[in-house]
Design a binder for this molecule. Sequence first.
Ligand SMILES: Cc1cc2nc3c(=O)[nH]c(=O)nc-3n(C[C@H](O)[C@H](O)[C@H](O)COP(=O)(O)OP(=O)(O)OC[C@H]3O[C@@H](n4cnc5c(N)ncnc54)[C@H](O)[C@@H]3O)c2cc1C
Length: 488
Amino acid sequence: MKKSISILGSGFSSLSAACYLAKMGYEVNVFEKNAEFGGRARQFKENGFTFDMGPSWYWMPDVFEKFFNDFGKKSTDFYNLKKLNPAYHVYFGENDFIAIPDELEKICKVFEKEEKGSSVELLKFIKMAKDNYKIAVKDMLYKMPGISPLELITLDTTKRVGYFFTNIKKQVHKRFKNPKLRSILEFPVLFLGAESSNTPAFYNFMNYADFGLGTWQPNNGFYDVVKAMIKIGESLGVRYHNNSNVTQIITKKKSAVGLMINDKIVNSQYILSGADYNHTETLLPKSQRQYSKKYWSSKIFAPSSLLFYLGFDKKLQNLAHHNLFFDTDFDLHSKEIYKDPKWPSKPLFYANFTSMTNSHTAPEGCENGFILVPIAPGLEDTEDLREKYYNIIINRIERITKQKIKKNIIYKKSFCVNDFISEYNSYKGNAYGLANTLLQTSFLRPKLKSSKVKNLFFSGQLSVPGPGVPPSIVSGKLVAELIEKTNP
Ligand SMILES: Cc1cc2nc3c(=O)[nH]c(=O)nc-3n(C[C@H](O)[C@H](O)[C@H](O)COP(=O)(O)OP(=O)(O)OC[C@H]3O[C@@H](n4cnc5c(N)ncnc54)[C@H](O)[C@@H]3O)c2cc1C
């Protein structure tokens, strides 16, 4: 008889684990509390506009490809990918922006224009980042379930031990003087959820992901990936259940025996949760939780976000698909997220307009927009605050890109801390999980396997390897292998 497993949530780690487990011969059921699948990567359509709700930067295409290859497929069996050129714009003020091209050679020319000699340094820096990428992704990521510190010790990492005891910020500042170039090179580690001054230099492999591998876009947006993964799962027999809120993990002695879902008990031999780790443990009796309230409150979480999904009744000018507005003080905003949590005095923000690449995501002659302001998790979230920041951001876009857009907004929806909590059961409304700092790496992260309930497992951005879509996909593979290996 097949072994049965119930999976909480339908984020990338759950979708990935479901496929691997089904391939291993498990009977898999995925239970998602929301009406839509995909977790933070859900999509919605309104008034002819299509919005990806969360992730938008398709980086590390090799990790996506590896997932598909594991099932005898390629990404192109499900969606087309376009390499974006420019990859993105970075704005520093009025009439002052840098467009990052799609190839390193061209990026070198852009750097040279800003700082003489910087292209030589850039090539050296990216060579180092590429070597680290090879070690991190090819040798470590897939082999590190975060069980033991020994996983981190390989011939290559031993040679690179210095990279773990200095940080990205120092590394970048040593090599580049120009503040614009510095902020461009410090930007990729924001995906790991921590400040560049608190992220080991080894993680500069994200700079290779950025400048070496490039920024890609699936033809119907990020949700194409969700649909592809569900298709693979269905072909292997996975069953997906939406509107299925799990309210309890039922245990008997030291084992989980089932889940309480919409007031009904669903029994299974194994439980895996890809829902936020902290929330999952609240579904257990207190004595079977591994991590205390104090543990969670002592951790560095990735930021929450104030998001706006906007529909414009015209095409916008002077903008790219991805746009970073770094026209205010990077360090001040960072401080107001991590050290002195408060609503940012001068917010940096990110905006994308996917209809510039995929015109069918907005009605003809229109544009869709997504705006993200990173903020500290757990901040007070009110309609007045959202509106205040909406006005700040729209005025800034108007001023910097020299066009009127406010009156052309015909659709608007916001999403912030309270929504992250109510829609995803997210700890303090974090958007992308637990940051990857030196002390929150690998075996120092919340574990994939419960130490208190023998057949209960975890995956996703609060666990191993960490935040972001590629790591979440890998998390699903690692946990599936651990379940099979542990076989409790
Ligand atoms: C705004 C935003 C922008 C981002 N941008 C990028 C980007 O550009 N590139 C990138 O790589 N990454 C990005 N990320 C990060 C990336 O989206 C996440 O790291 C990843 O999707 C998390 O996957 P996960 O497996 O941890 O599950 P999640 O997506 O967190 O899904 C967990 C699921 O569990 C469900 N759930 C919770 N409680 C229960 C319950 N009791 N019962 C049943 N179901 C439950 C939730 O509803 C949710 O669907 C972004 C994230 C956000 C929020």
